[in-house]
Each structure stands twice: as structure tokens, then as C-alpha cells.
Design a protein around this ligand. Structure first.
Ligand SMILES: *[C@@H]1O[C@H](CO)[C@@H](O)[C@H](O)[C@H]1NC(C)=O
Ligand SMILES: *[C@@H]1O[C@H](CO)[C@@H](O)[C@H](O)[C@H]1NC(C)=O
Ligand SMILES: *[C@@H]1O[C@H](CO)[C@@H](O)[C@H](O)[C@H]1NC(C)=O
Ligand SMILES: *[C@@H]1O[C@H](CO)[C@@H](O)[C@H](O)[C@H]1NC(C)=O
Ligand SMILES: *[C@@H]1O[C@H](CO)[C@@H](O)[C@H](O)[C@H]1NC(C)=O
Ligand SMILES: *[C@@H]1O[C@H](CO)[C@@H](O)[C@H](O)[C@H]1NC(C)=O
Ligand SMILES: *[C@@H]1O[C@H](CO)[C@@H](O)[C@H](O)[C@H]1NC(C)=O
Ligand SMILES: *[C@@H]1O[C@H](CO)[C@@H](O)[C@H](O)[C@H]1NC(C)=O
Length: 775
């Protein structure tokens, strides 16, 4: 269950062959099963017998043989919103525990990964348009955002508290100290910072209790500082990345308070610590939790074995909303993670800003490439240009050398030249190619991409340019056409108002959800490509920063960067409408999202096809429109408990997860999930011959009390959709109404059919997206 982090292992192995050793398995020496960290989840802490460390320890002690008393301690204990603990258990002990009366689930403690793009090759530019459009009122309600990530760099100008008022009394959190982090590093903006013992102590049972290891709330990676400043950073003028993306950086809601929970390092995030951080954040009094981290899409088992799903479930019961990135495993279907209905799941899209680097060939033709580089090369000087397959080491297959895989290039033939590499092997990332050609002393590299990679690779001062197939063919043709082909790669410049935008990022994970197809996921899209935000100002050794100076801002890509945009938008709406429930705010953002781009056309994917709901959910967030959605779908805690019943969990376990006297509905089937009161509709299976399928919804009127809404339907030909009633009339005192939708697929084409229902009252359009799979 260990998931690779975003540093490509292949590249590390190539350059540090000794790293192979830790992976050697001594297959036949172990006789005794070795204990591993497990999470033992025991439901809600708010029902009758709330959890405490004593009872958890007793439970553990009853299980572990006396000669192994050194294992009788809790690595983490959960007792604020949820109940449970993590501890070292053998497989057998875990299975015995999972049958225990008070236990809901027991699962190994996986390492979750950060949702920046594949390597950390991403980048980001703050689009002033999408981020600074809305007016902010200083005396609006206080909203506290909890960021669970790699920690925080408190000195960043994004966390300046000059224009922020007193810390609200509802805040119960702490500012933990360490050798490099003082209480004074917290302020009225960054109101809390916690850290957790790191993974090292979890890899083997400790003789003693896991006393505090060296740790700190301080971010050493940059991911957490970037996401926190995107969600709630204050306005910073003249922010840029070495002059690129120059402009005003600001978070989605600059008046939000930020509390940082450092649960992750560069190696990922232990699930047991994520769960602890969520439990702490709820106790501390945060309003929204933002998590740009997830389990690998290949290892999703079910909702009750997923720490984020469990934590978010309890957060939601306590009125705390959880926003998560959907993952970067796109564009394949079924790659979306963090897909529980009580989580707000975010896909990534582009903004109208590109970074281009000009390639000038010896024949004076020039081409624009996608890149972020601070190339020292100048237009005046050109270098020999060669295709990778022509400079292979002996016995290397041409297919390896044309992709510039490690070990395939002959340094003697490469030195001083610009190399052209194909990007045909998904396991040889851009970052690996850069390391390979740099290692062989090449002057620069041009990467030809079949499928357009949408996130520009940040190669620092190294001249790297990326082109599509069409331009790539022209460059290869030029190489063929002349005796001594030459070229140069110029430093990147910024292109504003690029079109079309937004476009769904190719890396953004796609629906449908692998666990159930009866909830539509992802929910919504937000900017996640080339976003400028605060980072840790340090110089990466491999990187070569311009002028060898550090930058306070960095450009990153990933659904990690999209998630805090939605978090910030929610905080903003919450501050204007403090009495709306978070599911109403989620609904408001979803029914008002935009499906058009800056050319007035339907939003597309990177292959220029209209994007469907499994790619963008309901579309791009429009926070201003969401302030006045007209109607809302209020998904209640009961809806979520019913969801667990329909999904098939046993009634006793569900009851222990809730502090109410909850009973599963009498009839329970997976298809009933389609009728929980979600702002979108998904039917995972509809047989052509089964006749009309009924789905129910309840809407709450948030607009003026006298309103009449009429429905219209957008459906692909063949799929029959009927809304009953067609018209809904609200009056004073009657602000809730229900409607039914019937889907009949007898003439529909097989596979997924997408469409929407629109409720219109003369001013508000309430758009309800549906996805129906016909069989
Ligand atoms: C930002 O840059 C402009 C022009 O370079 C300058 O006039 C202004 O003073 C700068 N503002 C800050 C806050 O540095
Ligand atoms: C390219 O342009 C430069 C300057 O404009 C000129 O000196 C050179 O002869 C041109 N080369 C070719 C092959 O046209
Ligand atoms: C990448 O995958 C190909 C097969 O798809 C394999 O032949 C090659 O060895 C892999 N390369 C690396 C560096 O892992
Ligand atoms: C370049 O020449 C090789 C043969 O030497 C040929 O296979 C290839 O298709 C040519 N490429 C282009 C783009 O003309
Ligand atoms: C860049 O700066 C770092 C310290 O900030 C220093 O260790 C390194 O030698 C410098 N590199 C160059 C090329 O000046
Ligand atoms: C874009 O959508 C089309 C049509 O649904 C699909 O065939 C194509 O694979 C998609 N492209 C990407 C990059 O997802
Ligand atoms: C829980 O509800 C059921 C019926 O919904 C009722 O029979 C039972 O007495 C209730 N239990 C408690 C403890 O309130
Ligand atoms: C709504 O309609 C009722 C009856 O028609 C009227 O008395 C009331 O003033 C109206 N309310 C608003 C806010 O327009």
C-alpha cells in the first residue's frame, strides 16, 4: 500500500543506484509476522461511550501478547469528533479487532500523496481575473480555513496580518513551537500551526512512547505554503516568479484566517496523521478544511478504509466542510479520488495565461513552445541540433534514445548540442529527460509531445522547450533537410489572455468514481495550471535559479492548486452568508458554475472536445454568481447516512458513526444512492428495457420568497427525461419543494449520456447536471 511520491523513482535510481538497497526483500528470514501501523476506526466520539485513550489502550492490551508490551501504545489517538487510534498490529490482530463490537473498520496506514503534478514540474500563475474579481468586505463574518498539508512558511508576505482584525473567540487552536518556529510566527492571519511526529517513527515500533521527534510546523517543501496562500493569502502587489506572472497575488478570500496542520512531508502523508489533523482541526474550531492530498486511485478500497473519507464524514457532522483535490491521474476514466458525497471534489483547469519560449532554428524559422525556463541562451548564438536517436550509446535501441531515457545517450555525441526528445513513454517524465540531457552536458532540450501536456514544465535556468506533434514534425524535418542543423532556445515570456481558457487539464483525474457511479464526480473545476502563489524561498540544488536568488512566489500545477481556489470561494460565500449550511454553499457553487470559455464556446478538454461531467463536473466555479444561486440542494447528514446504508455497510456500523438515533431505511439498494439530495444526478446503470427510472430531489429557495421556477431539459437525443412537476411555486412560508426526474433509456445510446435540467425564475438559472449510463 505504499504509494510513490511525486518524485519519479526511476530518476532517483538512475542517479543514485545505491537507493536500490532498501528495496531488497529478505524473503526467507522472517518467521514471526511483523507488526505494521494500522488505523482502528471506531465511529463517532459523541455517542454514548465516547473514546478515550484509556479504553483504547485497554482494547489494545487485550490483544497484544504480554511479551510484546513495547507495542502497547497508541501512535495516534482520535477522540474529538471521531473515535479510534492507530497502533502497530499484526495482520491477525487487525482481523481480530475488526470483528470487535465497537470497531467500524481496521485498515493499514497508507501513505497518501500530494496532488501536485506528476513530478514537481508544475507551475502556476495567479490569474488576477479569476482570483480578484470579487469585492471583499472587511467586516464580513470570520471564516477559519484549516490547511492540511506540508506546513507553512510564516514569513511569506501572503500571511501578513496588518489589515486583519482580532482573532475570533471561536478559535480554540494552538501555535506549536519548535527550534525554527516561534509563537510569534503566528499572527492574526496565520492563527494556528500544528505538526505531527514524522513517519520515521512509524516505520518500526519504538521502545518507548513516540516522544516528540524533531519536527516543526514550518514548510520545507512549499506545497502547503502555496495552497494556504491560494485559499486565503492577503493581497500582495508585484508578486512574480523571477519576473514571470507579474501581478497582484491574492487568495480566494484574503480576510480568511489560516490554520496550518503539517501532516505531510515530501514523502507523502501518513493516513493516521491526516486523520489526526482532521480531528484536531474540528476541535480547534475551523470552518473549512482544505486537503490537496489523496490515496492513489489504484488503491481505493472503500469509504471506510479511506482516512480522508472518514475524517471528512465527521467534519461534515460537526458543520465543517472538507474540500479536496480529485487527483492527477487523468485523463483516464475512473481515476478520481476523494469521491465521497460529503467531500467537495475538485478538478483542475487552465487560466488565460501561458508561458512560451521561442525556438529559433538555423534557417531563421521560429516556433513557440510551452515552457517556463530562464534560458541564458540569446538569439545571436545557435547550437548544433540533433535528434536523440542519432546520438545513442552503442547497443541502445533507437526507441529508447529518441525518448532520451536514462543511459541511452552518448555523452561524447551530445555535449554542447540541443537534443530533440520524444515524450512517448509515460514512465520517462519530462523531469527525467531534463536530468538525462543535462547529465550528458547538452546545451538544451526540445521535447515533442504527442498528447499536449498542458502544464508547462519549470526547468529553471536550463533551456527546455516543449512542442506538439505538428511543430515537432517541422523541427525533425528541418534536421533531415540540412547538413548542419542548428537552433537556440530563448527564455520564456508570459502570454496573457490566451484562448481558449479555461480548458480541463489533461492530468486532472476523471470520473466516474471507482467506488460508486451513482454520485457524479468530480464536482467542480477550478484553476490548477500554472498558478502563482507563495512558496518556500529556497534554491533547489538541481534547479539553477536565475541569478542564484530565491523567489518568494512560485508557479505550480495540479489539482492541489485547484482545491484551495474552491476553499477560498467557499470561505468568501460563508462570510457573506454565515447562516447557509456548507452543503448549501456547495450547491450554490455547483448550480451556478460556468460551462463556457473565454471564446464564448463550451469548455473543452485538451483534445478540443466539449468537456463532459466526468472531466469538469458541473464546470468552472463562478463565486460571484454563487452568492445568489436562487435555489439550493441541502444535502443533510441523514442523506449521507442513508448513502452508507445504500452503499451496503451494515446498519450497526453506520449507527456508531452517527451520534443520532439513526435507522437505515427499510429498502436499501445501491441505485437509491441516485436519490440522495445531491446537486447533481448520476445513474450508474440504466437498462434500456427497464422503463423510466425515478430520481427525487428537494430544493430550498434562497431567493425572494415569491418565486416561480420553470424547468427545461438539455438531453442527448434518445434519452428521455421528464421533470415532475415542471413548475415550482414558492410563497412566503413555503421555501422547500420537491421534484422528481424520470429517465428512460429505451432509445438512448449505450454508455454515458450527459445533460442538464435548468430551473429558471426569470433571473436565476439553477443548473442540475446529470450523467446516466445506459446498458
Ligand atoms: C510595484 O511596482 C510598481 C512599478 O514597478 C511600483 O511603482 C510600485 O511601487 C510597486 N509596489 C510595491 C508594493 O512594491
Ligand atoms: C538569418 O537572419 C540573420 C539576421 O537577420 C541573417 O544574418 C542570416 O543570414 C539569416 N540566415 C538565413 C539562413 O536566412
Ligand atoms: C518504461 O516503460 C517501458 C515499457 O513501457 C520499459 O521498457 C522501460 O524500461 C521503462 N523505463 C523506465 C526508465 O522505467
Ligand atoms: C527524417 O529522415 C528519416 C530517414 O533518415 C525518416 O525516417 C524520417 O521520417 C524523416 N523525418 C521527417 C520529419 O522528415
Ligand atoms: C547559489 O547560492 C547557494 C547558497 O544560496 C550557494 O551554495 C551556491 O554555491 C550558489 N551557486 C552559484 C552557482 O553561485
Ligand atoms: C476529450 O474528449 C473526447 C470526447 O469525449 C475524448 O475522446 C478524448 O479522449 C478527450 N481527451 C482528453 C485529453 O481527455
Ligand atoms: C431510536 O428510534 C427508534 C425508532 O426510530 C425508537 O424505537 C428507539 O426507541 C429510539 N432509541 C432511542 C435510544 O432513542
Ligand atoms: C409575496 O406574495 C404575497 C401574496 O401575493 C404578498 O402578500 C407578499 O407581499 C409578497 N412578498 C414579497 C416579498 O413580494
Amino acid at each position: 500500500m505504499i504509494i510513490p511520491t511525486h518524485i519519479p523513482m526511476a530518476s532517483l535510481l538512475h542517479f543514485f543506484p545505491l537507493l536500490h538497497f532498501p528495496f531488497i526483500i529478505f524473503c526467507c528470514m522472517a518467521v514471526k509476522p511483523s507488526p505494521k501501523p494500522y488505523i482502528v476506526y471506531m465511529g463517532s466520539s459523541l455517542n454514548a461511550n465516547g473514546g478515550d485513550d484509556m479504553t483504547h489502550l485497554q482494547l489494545l492490551s487485550s490483544l497484544i501478547p504480554s511479551e510484546e508490551s513495547d507495542r502497547k501504545f497508541l501512535i495516534n489517538s482520535y477522540n474529538h469528533a471521531l473515535k479510534g487510534f492507530s497502533a502497530f498490529l499484526t495482520e491477525n490482530e487487525a482481523s481480530v479487532l475488526s470483528a470487535h463490537d465497537e470497531v467500524v473498520s481496521v485498515f493499514p496506514d497508507p501513505v497518501l500523496k500530494l496532488h501536485t503534478t506528476h513530478s514537481w514540474d508544475f507551475l502556476e500563475a495567479a490569474d488576477s481575473k479569476s482570483r480578484s474579481i470579487y469585492p471583499h468586505e472587511q467586516n464580513s463574518a470570520d471564516v477559519i480555513i484549516g490547511i492540511i498539508d506540508t506546513g507553512i512558511w510564516p514569513e511569506s508576505p501572503s500571511f501578513d496580518d496588518r489589515h486583519i482584525g482580532k482573532i475570533p473567540p471561536k478559535w480554540k487552536g494552538v501555535c506549536m513551537e519548535s527550534s525554527d518556529f516561534k509563537k510569534s510566527n503566528c499572527n492574526r492571519k496565520l492563527i494556528g500551526a500544528r505538526f505531527y511526529s514524522n513517519r520515521a517513527i512509524l516505520t518500526k515500533p519504538n521502545k518507548k512512547h513516540p516522544t516528540e521527534t524533531r519536527g516543526s510546523p514550518r514548510d520545507s517543501v512549499g506545497h502547503g505554503t502555496h495552497t494556504a496562500s491560494t485559499a486565503g493569502g492577503v493581497t500582495v502587489a508585484n508578486a512574480s516568479y523571477y519576473g514571470l506572472a507579474m501581478g497582484t497575488a491574492r487568495g480566494g478570500f484574503p480576510y480568511a484566517r489560516i490554520a496550518s496542520y503539517k501532516a505531510c512531508t515530501l514523502d507523502g502523508c501518513p493516513a493516521s496523521i491526516i486523520l489526526k489533523a482532521i480531528d484536531d482541526a474540528i476541535k480547534d474550531g475551523v470552518d473549512i478544511i482544505s486537503i490537496s492530498v489523496g490515496i492513489s486511485s489504484m488503491f481505493q478500497s472503500d469509504f471506510l478504509n479511506d482516512p480522508i473519507a472518514i475524517g471528512a464524514f465527521h467534519a461534515e457532522q460537526m458543520g465543517v466542510m472538507v474540500v479536496c483535490s480529485g487527483g492527477n491521474d487523468g485523463p483516464d476514466p475512473y481515476t478520481i479520488v476523494n469521491s465521497a458525497p460529503w467531500i467537495f471534489t475538485v478538478a483542475a483547469s487552465t487560466i488565460d495565461r501561458d508561458f512560451e519560449s521561442t525556438i529559433v532554428l538555423g534557417n531563421n524559422e521560429s516556433y513557440e513552445s510551452i515552457a517556463i525556463n530562464f534560458s541564458p541562451l540569446t538569439p545571436g548564438k545557435i547550437y548544433p541540433l540533433v535528434f536523440g536517436e542519432k546520438v545513442a550509446t552503442s547497443f541502445t535501441p533507437a526507441s529508447d534514445a529518441r525518448n532520451c531515457i536514462p543511459g541511452s545517450l552518448d555523452t561524447k555525441k551530445v555535449e554542447g548540442k540541443i537534443i530533440v526528445c520524444m515524450n512517448e513513454m509515460p514512465n520517462v517524465s519530462r523531469r527525467i529527460k531534463k536530468l538525462v540531457v543535462e547529465d550528458a552536458k547538452a546545451k538544451g532540450v526540445i521535447i515533442i509531445d504527442g498528447q499536449r501536456e498542458i502544464s508547462p514544465f519549470d526547468s529553471g535556468t536550463y533551456p527546455l522547450a516543449e512542442v506538439g506533434e505538428t511543430v515537432g514534425f517541422k523541427i525533425l524535418h528541418y534536421i533531415n533537410s540540412t547538413e548542419n542543423p542548428t537552433a537556440t532556445i530563448l527564455p520564456s515570456k508570459e502570454i496573457r489572455k490566451s484562448k481558449p481558457a479555461p480548458v480541463v487539464a489533461s492530468f486532472s483525474s476523471r470520473g466516474p468514481g471507482g467506488l460508486t457511479e451513482n454520485i457524479l464526480k468530480p464536482d467542480i473545476a477550478a484553476p490548477g495550471v500554472a498558478i502563482l502563489a507563495s512558496i518556500v524561498p529556497k534554491i533547489e540544488s538541481f534547479y539553477g535559479a536565475p541569478g542564484n536568488k530565491s523567489s518568494k512566489f512560485g508557479i505550480k500545477s495540479g489539482t492541489s492548486m485547484a482545491c484551495p481556489h474552491v476553499t477560498g470561494a467557499m470561505a468568501y460565500i460563508k462570510s457573506v452568508h454565515p447562516h447557509w449550511s456548507f452543503s448549501m454553499i456547495k450547491s450554490a457553487l455547483m448550480t451556478t458554475a460556468s460551462m463556457s470559455n473565454n471564446m464564448g464556446k463550451t469548455l473543452t478538454n485538451t483534445s478540443n472536445f466539449p468537456a463532459n461531467a466526468h472531466e469538469v463536473g458541473v464546470g468552472e466555479i463562478s463565486p460571484i454568481k454563487a452568492l445568489d444561486p436562487g435555489l439550493a440542494f441541502d444535502t443533510t447528514i441523514n442523506d449521507h447516512l442513508n448513502f452508507l446504508c445504500y452503499y451496503g455497510y451494515n446498519h450497526k456500523r453506520i449507527r456508531s458513526m452517527s451520534h443520532r438515533n439513526f435507522t437505515c431505511p427499510k429498502s436499501s439498494a445501491e441505485e437509491l444512492i441516485s436519490s440522495i439530495n445531491y446537486p447533481t444526478i448520476s445513474i450508474g446503470r440504466l437498462n434500456q428495457r427497464e422503463g423510466p427510472r425515478k430520481v427525487k430531489r428537494i430544493v430550498t429557495n434562497l431567493g425572494s420568497p415569491n418565486a416561480t421556477y420553470v424547468s427545461s431539459i438539455n438531453t442527448p437525443s434518445g434519452l428521455l427525461v421528464k421533470v415532475v412537476p415542471k413548475k415550482i411555486v414558492f410563497r412566503e412560508g413555503i421555501n422547500i419543494a420537491s421534484f422528481k426526474v424520470f429517465f428512460d433509456g429505451k432509445e438512448a445510446s449505450k454508455g454515458y449520456n450527459f445533460g442538464d435540467i435548468r430551473w429558471f425564475d426569470g433571473s436565476h438559472v439553477v443548473r442540475v447536471v446529470f450523467a446516466v449510463k445506459i446498458e
